[in-house]
Structure formats: structure tokens, C-alpha cells
Design a protein around this ligand. Structure first.
Ligand SMILES: Nc1ncnc2c1ncn2[C@@H]1O[C@H](COP(=O)(O)OP(=O)(O)OP(=O)(O)O)[C@@H](O)[C@H]1O
Length: 870
């Protein structure tokens, strides 16, 4: 594996010199130039990694895992040692790990535990051009951290400095390394430069030498586009490196016509032509989503069978999309048998970072599924959209990584040059921001004002306001925008805020196990087989057109009938999902059950996996929640500040013992016991959580527990409640928008009253626009559960929730108090000298002083008002 000729290697010395001198460096390089796999190694070889890890973020899990594996191979070390990775629920690193690949979401989660990222010496935000939501948030968070690192990071760096001293001593005795001598030289230079400041800090001589130079966090931002200037401007005009060149040439072939409508069929035809006419080499097709990919895989398999025996060799067709269980995703990275051509049909999961060895031909459909969020309507839509030119370059770059390649674009050159957009709008501008805002609030950044946070591309204010409102309604924020203990516990759970809140409520009510199952089934997304689902055509066919007994159509229709009947019993999608999972568990997680009920085995297995992981995290999260002390509205800001200065939040939670939550009732144990019970379901005649199975073999929850589940979901989905119109089955949402919508026809059947009217109150999972506005995944709820939530749904002061108004008020109050104090001092003829005045001002310049000044100001104001009345 000779990587010395990769383009980025030629610029290693220049990049290192820039990193040495600057806190932030932007590296722009063509796809395949070596940014992802080489930069971390270049840094390691130069001595970085000795005082904290080199963390490289990836927008996707599959990228983090496969790139870490590749780098470990290149360095001939075991994965999980010197080179490791961390993704949600999986951490393959150890105390000696120096290069860590991790998803951007994982790094954000780590920030919650360690605000200063003190475990890292360098952070590389890779694939910045993708502008994922988490990377954009990390831009802002790390920028703030870098700005404060002269002061704030010193405290946390002190421990690292001490360990460096220790290493230094050992190295005087034993062998010295290239990195340590480099560090020593840099430290000596830093000592000369930083002498007087060290005295002020009152630190010892060796620590003073080491801290400033070696314990500064360095940030590298890498991108495949020419957005370097924009990144540089954001990071205070930091240097930008352009690395020209790629590994192998890629021949780009545009089609004669645009295939924006029939791209899926055109992609399959092109793949078959390549298979018959082109020399060996694997094919990678880009399509938009799971259903489309599964269909294309089926079609390719059946068409290949029809080819004349001697016209082409064997073709192994493999799907690749995010919802595919991780072990199936990794299948595409295993080489095929000799003589077999592979054809991988993927979403844009395969667009960046990853190298699938053997891919020579890329087929680019020119489209993707893009999720957009309309804050004004609170509506999500997932639409097939044109990709950008940047993405087209990335897709082409997947060929030509290990040898010269070809990219077949299913659109014309003219379209590419004149109509295709340059870039894709950043995710932050087209997604619900509740989770991101909760993360920001949980970080406790000092002086955070969400509405004026320094984003690279600020999202619409309406989206931010909507997120703040939602978090307030879910009890995650208090009225002043301070994060509550509930908000902290929600932030620790890897779920969207609504489901996280429902989980916490379920813990209180004693139905955690059930709500974890619902959350897992909702997160797995594709649990119904194609064409199935409670209101599918298969279900309808079962009743109207009986198929010949024994045929697959009959089996499908029977599955549809069962599902429809269950849906009617369950009342609502959430409880149907719960029941299906419970029945599957009771049946011993069999394939037969899945097939008989029109479910998708992969999706169900994925749900099972997520459920296990959620149970483990819920166990962890709830123990944290029990240890938290409630944070009062007025003190939350101060405490956040304290966390910033006094170490990680994890430690604070461990140390502070607060009043415990009401303990869960028997039968609603936390995650640990969930895991134990699952494996044994069926075999011992016990269902989930050890409850006996009912006579028909089902381990279903009691009606009382199901009531609790609906109640917990109502609290979690407090801003997604809808009320039926008086005389018809249209619903109006109870949030600020008051939008009109109908229950989606694909949602589960709800019972109606004698007048044919559906339940008066519903919660919904999604408000979607397809042909009309629809509520998807619905669950009936009750007025008595909704009533306490309604007042919070009314207009709230978002400025105050943002954190801005409160500080503005406090600053105004402090200024007024300072003026009043100064007037009082002058009146008394005790004018302080210049230096004493400056000290006084400096003392006032912290939150406690501001709060105290505000209190004094309010007291004076009250006294003045009382005086006037007299
Ligand atoms: N798993 C792998 N198997 C074989 N070769 C690989 C693998 N991963 C990387 N390479 C080689 O290393 C080169 C650089 O890959 P790397 O991912 O570092 O580039 P990059 O500049 O980050 O590209 P991109 O912007 O597309 O992610 C590839 O072009 C390929 O030649």
C-alpha cells in the first residue's frame, strides 16, 4: 500500500507549517487526493497525537468505520489501538488511540461531556462541503472554544501538561522520539514568548513552557470544493491550502438525453450494458432511496438471468443505504470472488469518504432524496431533487480511486453546465432544529443567544424560534431559556427531542419498556415489507379479490388481512408497532412471523438492534437523571458557567445527588432487564420483561399500560397534537400554526363513532405534504392529558428562550446599576482612583456580579416606585 504518491503527501510540510502557526487551517483537495486517510497520518507522524488525540469527523457512520479500518491497515496496526473509531453506540478506541475517526454527531455528544474537547490535540472536520447539520454546529462551537482557549482551555490543559512533564522526564532516561524533541523545541520557543503571562497565571516553569504551544486545540477543515474562502472568512481569515490533483483519471460520459424522470430504469439499463460490453470492474449506481434501490436490485437480478449464457459473467448485486443494518452495509467492502462483477446500488451514503475497492464504473442518476423542513408550516417533505455540481464531482470521484475509471451521467452536459445547482443548501437551513438547539443549550456555552449564534450560514429565524418553542413545550427549557434537568436528560438520549421526552415520561409512568419499543420501531423506519402496511393494497385485496390458495399473492393478502385486523385492534400506529414487536418477540423473533404479518425482516432486526441499544442508553440516562439536582430558572446560566470552568458535566452529575425520580413501577424495569428478558422470550414461555404469555402466545401489554404509553407519547409529542373539526374528519393542529390536515391514508385505521367521526384528539409523528397536508403515524389521545399541555402551546417569548433578552435586560440593568453606583460614589465625594475603578469594573464583568447588580437595580426601582406612591 504505497500512499506516498497521493497528492496531499506532496504538501505535507507546508500544511504542517501552517498548522504549527495557526489554530485553524482549511485544506481544499480534489476527491481522492488523500484528505480523509492521509491528513491524520501526516499529523501523527509530525508529533501531533501525543498530547491528545487527532479526531477526524465524518458525516456518516459507514465513512467513520471504513476509513478507520483502512488507516489501521495502512499503518499495519490493529483497529481499535493506535487507530480507532467511535460512532453512535459503538466505540472502538482505547487509552492508546491517537487517531480517532468519529461521526460529527458523536463529537458533538462528546462536547456535552467535555466542553473543552480536552482529549483532542487536533480536530479535523472532514467533508465540510457536505454541510451536515452537526458539522455546521461544530463549526460554531469550536470557533467559540478556540476564541476562549487562551483562558478557558488552560485549566483543562493543565492535566495534559502535567502528563507531558512526566513523559519528558521518562524520555530523559530512555529513548527520545522525533515528536518529543519537536515539542521540546516548540515549547522552548513558546516559553520565551510567553514568559510574563505565565507569571501572571502563577504556574510552574515547566507547565508554563508546555501549555501555550502544545495544548492549544488545532482545527483543520477539509473540503472538496472551492468554498475555502468562505470557510476562511468565517474562521477569521485563516490560511487555505489548495491541493491539486487526484489519484487516477476518471472519464466522464454524459448521456444524449436527460433522464430526470426515468433515471431508475435508465440506470439499470446502463449497468446491464456495462456488464455486457465493458472490461472487468465493479459498478456503483447512485439512486435515491431504499424502495427504489430494492426494486432496482430485483430488476437487475432478474434481467441478468435472462442474458444469453455466454454474453456476460456473473453479477453480484448489492444494495447500500443508511437504513441497512451495519453488517449488511459493510458487505460491500468485501471483495467479490474472482470472475464475479459486483454492482452496488446506493444512495448518497456512498458519495463521500468511502472507497469501495474495485469500483471502476459509476452511474450517476443526477438526483437524490432531500429532506426539507418548512418552519412556517412545521412540515417535513422528502422529495427527489437534483444533486449539485459538487455532488456530481464527488460521485464521479468514487470511480478512479484504485485505478482509472468511468462515470456515466444520466443527464446531458448542457444540463450539468447550465441547470445543475452549484451546491446543495446546507442541512441547517432545511431541517427541524429542535435537536440541534437542545444540543447547543446542553453545551452550556457562556453567553449563548441561539437567535444570534455565529452560524456559518444562519438558518431562518423562524426555524430557530420554532425549535425554542418546541423545547419549551417539552419542558427542556425554562421560561428564561435555561436548560432544565429534563432537557439535559433528553440531550443525553440519541433520539429526536419528542421521542426522548416521551421516554422520560414513560419512565415516570412505568411504561419505559413499551415506549422504548415504539421509539425503536419508529427509528427503524422500514418495518413493513414493500406493498404492505396496515392500509396497504394487499390488505384491501385480501377482502375484495381472494387469490388462489397457496399462491404468493394469497400469502401476501393473508398477511395484509392479519395486519389490518391487528391495526383495528390497536388503535393507532404507535400501538400497532408496539404490538407487532411484542408478538414477534413472543414468537421467538422468527422469520415465519415476519413473513406472515407482512413485515420486513431486515427492518425488524434493525428495530431489535436499536431497541437493545436504546435500552442500554436509557438505563444510563435515567441513572443520570436521578442524580440531577433541579436547576432553577435564575441559576441555570450561572451553573452552566460553573460547568465551563469547573470541569465536565459528567463529573458534576456524578457528584451532585439530587432528589430521585419516582421509581418505576414493577414491570417497567429499565434497560438492563429489558436486555435480559429479550433473549429468553418464547423459549421459557415468558414474554418481554418476564411477563407470562397470554393463551394465544402473545406477550402484550395490559390495557392500563397501553393507556400509560399513549399518555407518555402525548407529553413527548405535545407540540404535535391535533383536534378534529366538529363536523368532519379534518384536523387542526394545536400548535401556533393551527394548520388543517387529514390523517394519512397509509396510517393505521382509527375507530369512528356512530356518526363516522374519528377520535377528537390525536398526536401525530409527522406533518407531511404529498398531494395534500397529512398527519402520519397517529395515535388517539385524551383531552385530560392534553389540557395541562395547552397553556404552554400558547405564544411564548422566544427572545427570552433564546437567551438574548435576558442578557440584554441584565446588561441594561447592570449599566443602570453601575451609573447609579457611580453617582452615589461621586455624591459621597469618594471617587475611586483609576486603577481601583478598573478593578471594580472587571469584578462586575461576570454573571454573578451582573445578577447582583440587577437585583440592586430592581430594589432601587421598587423603592423609587414606593416613594412616588407616597
Ligand atoms: N479502502 C480503500 N481501499 C483501497 N484504496 C483506498 C481505500 N481508501 C482510500 N484508498 C486510496 O486512497 C486514496 C485517497 O483516499 P481518501 O479517502 O483519503 O481521499 P479524499 O481526498 O478524502 O477523497 P474524498 O474527498 O473523496 O473523500 C483513494 O483515492 C484510494 O486510492
Amino acid at each position: 500500500m504505497d500512499t506516498s504518491n497521493l497528492p496531499i503527501r506532496q504538501y505535507a510540510a507546508d500544511i504542517l507549517a501552517a498548522v504549527e502557526k495557526n489554530d485553524v487551517v482549511v485544506v481544499i483537495g480534489e476527491t481522492g487526493s488523500g484528505k480523509t486517510t492521509q491528513l491524520s497520518q501526516i499529523l501523527l507522524e509530525a508529533g501531533y497525537g501525543d498530547h491528545g488525540m487527532i479526531g477526524v469527523t465524518q458525516p456518516r457512520r459507514v465513512g467513520a468505520v471504513t476509513v478507520a479500518r483502512r488507516v489501521a491497515e495502512e499503518r499495519k496496526v490493529e483497529l481499535g489501538g493506535e487507530v480507532g473509531y467511535a460512532v453512535r453506540f459503538e466505540n472502538r478506541t482505547c487509552s492508546s488511540t491517537k487517531i480517532k475517526y468519529l461521526t460529527d454527531g458523536t463529537l458533538l455528544q462528546e462536547c456535552l461531556e467535555d466542553t473543552h474537547l480536552s482529549k483532542y490535540q487536533v480536530v479535523v472536520l472532514d467533508e465540510a462541503h457536505e454541510r451536515s447539520l452537526n458539522t455546521d454546529i461544530l463549526f460554531g462551537v469550536i470557533k467559540k472554544l478556540l476564541a476562549s482557549q487562551d483562558g478557558a482551555r488552560c485549566g483543562s490543559a493543565a492535566a495534559a501538561a502535567a502528563s507531558w512533564q512526566q513523559q519528558q522526564k521518562q524520555q530523559q532516561v530512555g529513548s527520545s522520539s522525533r515528536s518529543s524533541s519537536k515539542l521540546a523545541a516548540a515549547a522552548a520557543a513558546a516559553a520565551a514568548a510567553a514568559g510574563p503571562q505565565q507569571k501572571r497565571l502563577g504556574v510552574g516553569p515547566i507547565m508554563a513552557v508546555a501549555m501555550p504551544a502544545q495544548h492549544r486545540l488545532k482545527l483543520l477543515v477539509t473540503s472538496a470544493t472551492l468554498d475555502g474562502e468562505k470557510f476562511s472568512a468565517y474562521f477569521n481569515d485563516c490560511p487555505v491550502f489548495n491541493v491539486p490533483g487526484r489519484c487516477f483519471p476518471v472519464d466522464v460520459i454524459h448521456s444524449q438525453d436527460d433522464h430526470m424522470q426515468d433515471y431508475a430504469a435508465a440506470a439499470v439499463d446502463t449497468a446491464l450494458q456495462i456488464h455486457m460490453q465493458q472490461p472487468p470492474g465493479d459498478i456503483l449506481i447512485f439512486l435515491t432511496g431504499q424502495a427504489e434501490i430494492d426494486k432496482a436490485v430485483q430488476r437487475l437480478n432478474s434481467e441478468v438471468c435472462k442474458l444469453p449464457a455466454d454474453s456476460a459473467g456473473e453479477l453480484l448485486v448489492l444494495p447500500l443505504y443508511a437504513a441497512l443494518p451495519p453488517e449488511l452495509q459493510l458487505r460491500v467492502f468485501r471483495p467479490a470472488q474472482p470472475g464475479v462483477r459486483r454492482c452496488i446500488v446506493a444512495t448518497n451514503v456512498a458519495e463521500t469518504s468511502i472507497t469501495v475497492e474495485g469500483v471502476v464504473y459509476v452511474i450517476d442518476s443526477g438526483v437524490m432524496k432531500l429532506k426539507s423542513y418548512n418552519a412556517a408550516s412545521g412540515m417535513d417533505s422528502l422529495e427527489v431533487t437534483a444533486i449539485s455540481r459538487v455532488q456530481a464531482a464527488q460521485r464521479a470521484g468514487r470511480a478512479g480511486r484504485t485505478r482509472p475509471g468511468k462515470c456515466f451521467r444520466l443527464y446531458t452536459r448542457r444540463y450539468f453546465e447550465r441547470q445543475m445547482p452549484d451546491t446543495t443548501p446546507p442541512e441547517i437551513c432545511r431541517t427541524s432544529l429542535a435537536g440541534a438547539v437542545l444540543g447547543l443549550k446542553a453545551l452550556g456555552l457562556p453567553g449563548l443567544d441561539v437567535l444570534s449564534f455565529d452560524f456559518l450560514d444562519p438558518p431562518e429565524q423562524a426555524s430557530l424560534c420554532e425549535a425554542l418553542r418546541q423545547l419549551y413545550v417539552l419542558d427542556a427549557l425554562d421560561v428564561d431559556g435555561g436548560i432544565t434537568p429534563t432537557g439535559r436528560a433528553m440531550a443525553a438520549l440519541p433520539l429526536e427531542p419528542a421521542l426522548a421526552r416521551a421516554l422520560l415520561e414513560a419512565h415516570k409512568l412505568g411504561c419505559l419498556e413499551e415506549v422504548i419499543t415504539v421509539a425503536a420501531m419508529l427509528s427503524a423506519e422500514h418495518v413493513f415489507a414493500a406493498g404492505q402496511g396496515p392500509e396497504s393494497r394487499a390488505a384491501a385485496n385480501a377482502l375484495t379479490n381472494p387469490a388462489p390458495p397457496g399462491s404468493s399473492a394469497a400469502a401476501q393478502a393473508e398477511a395484509g388481512r392479519k395486519l389490518k385486523q391487528l391495526a383495528e385492534e390497536c388503535q393507532g400506529d404507535h400501538l400497532l408497532l408496539l404490538r407487532l414487536y411484542q408478538m414477534w418477540a413472543a414468537a421467538g423473533f422468527t422469520r415465519d412471523f415476519v413473513q406472515a404479518h407482512g413485515l420486513e425482516l431486515r427492518g425488524m432486526n434493525f428495530a431489535r438492534d436499536i431497541r437493545k441499544q436504546l435500552a442500554a442508553v436509557a438505563n444510563f440516562g435515567s441513572s443520570h437523571l436521578q442524580q440531577q439536582r433541579p436547576v432553577s430558572a435564575s441559576s441555570s446560566q450561572g451553573q452552566q458557567q460553573q460547568q465551563q470552568e469547573g470541569g465536565s458535566k459528567r463529573r458534576r452529575w456524578d457528584e451532585d445527588k439530587g432528589p430521585p425520580l419516582p421509581s418505576p413501577t414493577a414491570g417497567s424495569s429499565l434497560g438492563g432487564s429489558l436486555l435480559r428478558s429479550e433473549g429468553s422470550a418464547g423459549s421459557r414461555g415468558l414474554g418481554l420483561d418476564g411477563r407470562p404469555l397470554s393463551r394465544n402466545g402473545r406477550a402484550v401489554s395490559s390495557p392500563e399500560t397501553l393507556e400509560k404509553v399513549r399518555r407518555a407519547l402525548t407529553v413527548g409529542f405535545a407540540n404535535r397534537i391535533a383536534r378534529r373539526m366538529r363536523l368532519h374528519n379534518g384536523y387542526r393542529t394545536c400548535n401556533q400554526k393551527g394548520a388543517l390536515a387529514q390523517v394519512h391514508p397509509g396510517s393505521s385505521q382509527l375507530s369512528s363513532d356512530d356518526d363516522g367521526l374519528l377520535p377528537e384528539w390525536l398526536i401525530y409523528h409527522e406533518f407531511v405534504a404529498t398531494s395534500r397536508p397529512f398527519l402520519r403515524q397517529v395515535c388517539p389521545t385524551r383531552y385530560e392529558w392534553v389540557e395541562p399541555l395547552l397553556p404552554k402551546l400558547q405564544e411564548v417569548d422566544v427572545q427570552r428562550l433564546s437567551g438574548g433578552k435576558l442578557r440584554a435586560q441584565a446588561a441594561a440593568a447592570a449599566a443602570a446599576a453601575a451609573a447609579a453606583d457611580a453617582a452615589a460614589v461621586a455624591e459621597a465625594g469618594q471617587a475611586a482612583d483609576g486603577e481601583a475603578g478598573a478593578q471594580k469594573l472587571a469584578r462586575r464583568n461576570d454573571d454573578d456580579a451582573v445578577n447582583a447588580a440587577r437585583q440592586r437595580y430592581l430594589q432601587r426601582k421598587q423603592a423609587a416606585a414606593a416613594g412616588k406612591k407616597k
